[in-house]
Design a protein around this ligand. Structure first.
Ligand code: NAI
Length: 717
C-alpha cells in the first residue's frame, strides 16, 4: 500500500520557501490538487514565511507556482461555502487583509511571477506584491471571477485593483468576472512585464534587481479612460461612472444577482477613503453577502459542475482511444460548430457534406469563428491558420477508413441518418464509434440501421457549440461502456460539462424544454399577451422569454420536435391546435424574419400583432404568478417523468442540464433546488388545480405525488 501523507506533510509541500542568489522564493505546488488554492492552511504557512522574511530580509521575494499551467486559481471555495457567521467572516478577512498589507509593506521588492491561471485570491495576493510579471503563454489568465459564484473579491481585490489601474478599467473586471491575458494585463497596467514562460524566473529576478519602484510599468491610458477615472474621484461626477456601472449590471442581470451591485458600492466607497478603511468596507460587505442564499446557490453550481467534471474525467480516463482525428458529417450550423471547437482543441477534423457548397459554407463558418477570436485577441493569426489547417473538407467518405470516431449532424431525418450510419460504417474501421447530434430521435431507433449498435451513441450539443457549455451524452440500451467513455473523452477535449443520460425521445434536455415552451403556447392561446409571458419568465431569471425562444429556435423546428415527442407522450406535449396556422403563414421565427416578433435587417423589433388574429386570440389577462408557475412546473413535471422512466436520476445532472443547457436561472440553483425550496407539496397542489382548470397535461407525475406525500426533497442538504 502506498504510504499516505499526513495533512502537515501535504501543506509543507503545497507551499515552500527556498533561498537562492540572496532571493527568497515562495513556491505553491499542492501535491494532491490539480490547482493551487489559498486555503487557510496554505495562508497560515505563508504567514509564517512572512514572519521569517521580516526577521531576516532577503534581497527580494518572488512568489510563483510549481504547477505546469496554473498559478493560483483562487481561494478555497469549499471553505468559503462553509462560512455561515458574518462576524466570523469579518475576522477571517481582517486577518487576510493584515497579512497581505504586511506583504505590501515588506522593505524589499516582492514580485509575483505569474504563469497560468491567476484568479481570485491568486490575483489579490499578486496585487499586494510590489511588482507583477506574467508569462505570455495562452494559459496565463488574470481575473477576479468571484461574481460568478455569487460573491465579489474579498481579499483586497475591490480596493487594490482600482487603485492600481483606475476604476474605469477595474470595474468591468470585478463586475463581470472576465479574465485578461498577459498582454492585455500589461496594457492595463495590471502587470509590469511580460515574458516567455521559460524566462519567468530570470525575468522575476531582473525585476528584483531593478527595485520595487523602478520596475513599475505605468501605461499611457487613452484620454476617455483618463477623463472618467478623474470623474470617478469627483464627488458630483462620481455617479457618471458608478451609476453607469450599476446600470450595466442591472441590464445584464435583471437585479437577480446582488454581488456585482454591492461590489460597485464597495469600490466607490473604498476609493473615497484610504486603503485600510477601504479594506474594512470590503470585508463588511463581503461578510454580509457570502452567507446569503443566492451566493450559496451559485457556489452550489460550482460544486455540481466540479462533481460532474470529476465523474467525466474518470470516465474519459477509461478510454484508451487517442481520438486525435475525428470525422464530422454535415457541415451545417451544428456540424461546422462542432468541427471548429475540435480544431481549436488540437484535433484533426474531416468534415463531410453532400456537396462542395455545403463544405465551403461550413469551413467559412469555422473561419469566421476563428477570425472573431483573433479580433478579440484570444488567438494569434498564426494559431488560427494552424487550426484551420486541421480542418479538411470533403464530399466523399475518403479518409474515413482512418477515423475511429464520427459525429453526425446532418438534417433531422431518421431515413437520412440511417443512410449515413450505413455509409459511414462501410467506409470506416470496425471499431468506429458513431455519435449522433440528433436533438429528438431516440438513439436506439438510429442504431437499428447499424451493424454495431453498441458503437452508436448520442452526442447532443447546444447551439452555438462554441459558447454553450453543456453536452448531453445519450446511451441507448446496448451502447457499450467503451463507447460512452470515448464519447466523454471527446467532450472533455472540447471543454464541455457533460451529463450522461439514458435513451428516450428528446432524451432529457429537449424533453423537458418542450413542455415548458408548450405551456407558454397554451398561455398565449388562452389569452395572455406575448410580451406578458416573456416578461414574466425573463423577469424570473431566464435569459429570454419562452416566446422569444421559440422564434430563436424556429417555430417550424419547435413544431417538428413536438411532433416527434407527441408520438410518445401524447397529451402531455400536445400543442394548441391553432399553432399550425403560424407555420402555414410562413412564420418560422427569426431566421425567416417573421415569427411572433417583427424583424428588420435581422434585428428583433416588437411583437408582430398579426399573430393575434391568426390565432383567433382575444385578451384574457393571466397573472404573472400563473404564467411563471405553469411554465416551470411543467418543466419539473416532465423531469419527474424522466426520472420515473429511468432517463436520468442524479439531481446534480438534472440541475446542470437545465442551467447550462438552456439557462434555467442560475441564482435559483437549478430546477430541483427551486422545487425543493418551494416545496413539493405546494407544487403538487397547484399542479392539480391548474390541471382542473386547463387540462390533464398539467396533472402532477406520480413521483411528485409520492415525494410530496413522504415529505421528500430532490437534493439532500
Ligand atoms: P443544418 O441544416 O444547418 O445542417 C445540416 C447539414 O447536413 C447541411 O449542411 C446539409 O447539407 C448536410 N447534409 C445533408 N445530408 C448530408 C449527407 N448525406 N452527408 C453529409 N452532409 C449532409 O442543420 P443543423 O441545425 O446543423 O442541425 C443538424 C443536426 O443537429 C440535426 O439533427 C439537428 O436536430 C441537430 N441539432 C440542432 C441544433 C440547432 O440548434 N440547430 C441543436 C442540437 C442539435
Amino acid at each position: 500500500m502506498a504510504p499516505t501523507s499526513s495533512p502537515e506533510d501535504v501543506i509543507e509541500r503545497a507551499i515552500r520557501l527556498d533561498h537562492e542568489d540572496g532571493i527568497a522564493w515562495i513556491t505553491l505546488d499542492h501535491p494532491e490538487k490539480k490547482v493551487n488554492t489559498l486555503s487557510s492552511a496554505v495562508m497560515a504557512r505563508f504567514e509564517s514565511f512572512i514572519d521569517e522574511l521580516e526577521a531576516n530580509p532577503p534581497k527580494g521575494l518572488v512568489i510563483l507556482s510549481g504547477k505546469k499551467d496554473t498559478f493560483i486559481a483562487g481561494a478555497d471555495i469549499e471553505e468559503i461555502q462553509a462560512l455561515a457567521d458574518p462576524p466570523q467572516v469579518r475576522e477571517l478577512l481582517a486577518n487576510g487583509h493584515a497579512l497581505l498589507t504586511r506583504v505590501s509593506k515588506l522593505p524589499f521588492p516582492v514580485v509575483s511571477a505569474i504563469h497560468g491561471a491567476c484568479l481570485g485570491g491568486g490575483l489579490e495576493l499578486s496585487l499586494a506584491c510590489h511588482l507583477r510579471i506574467a508569462s505570455t503563454s495562452e494559459k496565463t489568465k488574470l481575473g477576479l471571477p468571484e461574481v460568478m459564484i455569487g460573491i465579489f473579491p474579498g481579499l483586497g481585490g475591490t480596493q487594490r485593483l482600482p487603485r492600481l489601474i483606475g476604476p474605469v478599467e477595474a470595474l468591468p473586471l470585478i463586475l463581470t468576472g472576465k479574465n485578461v491575458n498577459a498582454r492585455k494585463a500589461k496594457r492595463l497596467g495590471l502587470v509590469d512585464e511580460t515574458c516567455h514562460p521559460a524566462d519567468l524566473k530570470k525575468a522575476a529576478k531582473g525585476l528584483i534587481e531593478k527595485g520595487k519602484d523602478r520596475g513599475r510599468h505605468r501605461p499611457k491610458k487613452p484620454l476617455p479612460t483618463k477623463i472618467f477615472n478623474t470623474l470617478a474621484g469627483l464627488p458630483l461626477a462620481k455617479n457618471l461612472v458608478y451609476g453607469r456601472a450599476k446600470g450595466d449590471v442591472l441590464k445584464k442581470t435583471g437585479g437577480h444577482y446582488p454581488a456585482p451591485l454591492i461590489a460597485v458600492d464597495v469600490v466607490r466607497r473604498g476609493l473615497a477613503t484610504n486603503l485600510q478603511r477601504g479594506l474594512e468596507i470590503e470585508a463588511e460587505a463581503f461578510a454580509d453577502l457570502v452567507v446569503k442564499p443566492e451566493a450559496k446557490r451559485l457556489m452550489g453550481i460550482f460544486f455540481m459542475k466540479t462533481d460532474a467534471d470529476g465523474r467525466a474525467a474518470a470516465l474519459a480516463k477509461s478510454s484508451d482511444r487517442d481520438l486525435d482525428s475525428i470525422g464530422v458529417l454535415g457541415a451545417g450550423f451544428m456540424g461546422s460548430g462542432v468541427a471548429q471547437v475540435l480544431a481549436y482543441k488540437n484535433t484533426r477534423v474531416v468534415i463531410k457534406d453532400r456537396d462542395h457548397e455545403g463544405v465551403g459554407r461550413g469551413l467559412a463558418h469555422c473561419r469566421s469563428l476563428f477570425d472573431k477570436l483573433v479580433k478579440r485577441r484570444k488567438m494569434k493569426p498564426m494559431a488560427r491558420d494552424l487550426a484551420m489547417s486541421r480542418l479538411e473538407g470533403t464530399t466523399s467518405y475518403e479518409g474515413f477508413g482512418a477515423l475511429d470516431f464520427v459525429i453526425e449532424a446532418v438534417f433531422e431525418s431518421v431515413e437520412l441518418k440511417h443512410r449515413v450510419i450505413q455509409e459511414t460504417e462501410a467506409a470506416g474501421p470496425d471499431n468506429l464509434i458513431f455519435a449522433s447530434n440528433t436533438s429528438t430521435i431516440p438513439i436506439a431507433r438510429l442504431a437499428e440501421a447499424s451493424r454495431r449498435p453498441e458503437n452508436v451513441v448520442g452526442m447532443h450539443f447546444f447551439s452555438p457549440v462554441h459558447k454553450m457549455p453543456l453536452l448531453e451524452i445519450i446511451r441507448h440500451p446496448t451502447t457499450s461502456d467503451e463507447t460512452v467513455a470515448a464519447t466523454v473523452k471527446v467532450g472533455k477535449r472540447m471543454g464541455k460539462t457533460m451529463i450522461v443520460v439514458n435513451d428516450g425521445p428528446g432524451f432529457f434536455t429537449t424533453r423537458v424544454l418542450a413542455p415548458f415552451l408548450n405551456e407558454a403556447a397554451w398561455l398565449l392561446t388562452g389569452g395572455a399577451k406575448i410580451e406578458d409571458i416573456d416578461k414574466a419568465l425573463s423577469g424570473w431569471g431566464f435569459p429570454v422569454g419562452p416566446i422569444s425562444l421559440m422564434d430563436e429556435v424556429g417555430i417550424d423546428i419547435g413544431a417538428h420536435v413536438s411532433e416527434v415527442l407527441l408520438e410518445y407522450f401524447g397529451e402531455r406535449i400536445t400543442p394548441p391546435p391553432v399553432f399550425q396556422r403560424l407555420i402555414d403563414d410562413g412564420r418560422k421565427g427569426r431566421k425567416a424574419g417573421k415569427g411572433f416578433f417583427r424583424y428588420e435587417g435581422g434585428k428583433k423589433q416588437g411583437v408582430d400583432e398579426g399573430v393575434y388574429p391568426l390565432l383567433g386570440w382575444s385578451h384574457k389577462p393571466v397573472s404573472r404568478e400563473e404564467i411563471i408557475e405553469r411554465c416551470w412546473f411543467q418543466m419539473l413535471n416532465e423531469t419527474a417523468h424522466c426520472i420515473q422512466d429511468g432517463i436520468i436520476e442524479n439531481p446534480i445532472d438534472i440541475d446542470l442540464g437545465v442551467i447550462f443547457g438552456f439557462g434555467f436561472p442560475p441564482f435559483r440553483g437549478g430546477l430541483l433546488r427551486e422545487a425543493d425550496r418551494v416545496g413539493l407539496g405546494t407544487i403538487v397542489d397547484k399542479l392539480d388545480a391548474y390541471a382542473d382548470a386547463h387540462g390533464e397535461r398539467l396533472r402532477p407525475a406520480e413521483l411528485l405525488r409520492t415525494m410530496a406525500k413522504e415529505g421528500k426533497r430532490f437534493h439532500q442538504g
